[in-house]
Design a protein around this ligand. Structure first.
Ligand SMILES: [Zn+2]
Length: 249
């Protein structure tokens, strides 16, 4: 049942539409057509996408009209360290958060080589639990999140429900970090038992995953929809999936 709460904030990530093959700004403009969206997460997979992002005054006004706006920092072909590229990324992110009124930026911890890059920034960096990837040391388990948050007091937490379920972890186990929890990502395992993939839509997901997602979805944190199984800008199809998520909140 849907509880009528002021905390019910449902939003969508631009990353949902990476398979459409359009530029970030075009994705953002498509999102303006969607009804019932209270939050936006701008996702920059590669550093160049971040550097190329040019918003108009209308785009900025659209973002500022939302209850919650966040950014997902580059996570492909990137290393946050002492180099010039990191400097440029951090300063670009720093000015972008001020422009669009974002507070949080999600990072993948395995891309960070030097945590001092976050010493004097205008935003709160968030670490996200992920699914496992061969050859990469990622933060997946509850215990790993705990260790990370203990070691990095300036970081908040982004709970990724889909990645937790894919790894066989009950998403509600992560709610013990609610003091540090800033936002929640929702997508669903897709495919068949034994070779499940992340980032599926709820209409195609196993019912057991819909049930498992409920406690975290209704915990009162901003929810960002992150399914990526869209191949065109189909307003009706996206709104249908968002309705299902809403019914679980
Ligand atoms: Zn995520």
């Amino acid at each position: 049942m849907c509880k009528p709460s002021v905390f019910m904030v449902l939003g969508i990530a631009t990353g949902c539409f990476w398979q459409v093959g359009e530029e970030e700004i075009e994705i953002l403009r498509f999102l303006k057509q969607l009804g019932g969206i209270d939050a936006i997460e701008l996702v920059f997979a590669f550093p160049q996408e971040l550097f190329d992002f040019r918003q108009t005054r209308e785009d900025t006004a659209f973002l500022r009209s939302k209850k919650y706006v966040s950014i997902h920092a580059p996570f492909h072909e990137v290393e946050y360290g002492k180099g010039a590229e990191t400097k440029k990324m951090i300063s670009t992110l720093d000015s972008l958060v001020l422009k669009i009124g974002a507070k949080h930026i999600v990072f993948h911890s395995d891309c960070i080589k030097d945590f001092s890059v976050f010493d004097n920034v205008n935003f709160v960096p968030l670490v996200e639990n992920l699914d496992s990837k061969e050859g990469v040391k990622r933060i997946i388990m509850v215990r790993q999140v705990e260790d990370f948050l203990q070691g990095h007091k300036n970081f908040g937490f982004c709970l990724d429900i889909g990645d937790a379920m894919l790894e066989g972890i009950n998403p509600k186990d992560f709610l013990q970090f609610r003091e540090r929890l800033a936002e929640i990502h929702i997508h669903f395992p897709q495919g068949f038992e034994g070779k499940m993939k992340p980032h599926g839509s709820p209409s195609k997901a196993d019912k057991k995953f819909l049930e498992l997602a409920k406690p975290a979805l209704s915990a009162g944190f901003p929810i960002i929809f992150e399914a990526t199984d869209f191949f065109s800008f189909d307003k009706g199809a996206v709104e249908k999936e968002l309705e299902i998520v809403k019914s679980l909140m």
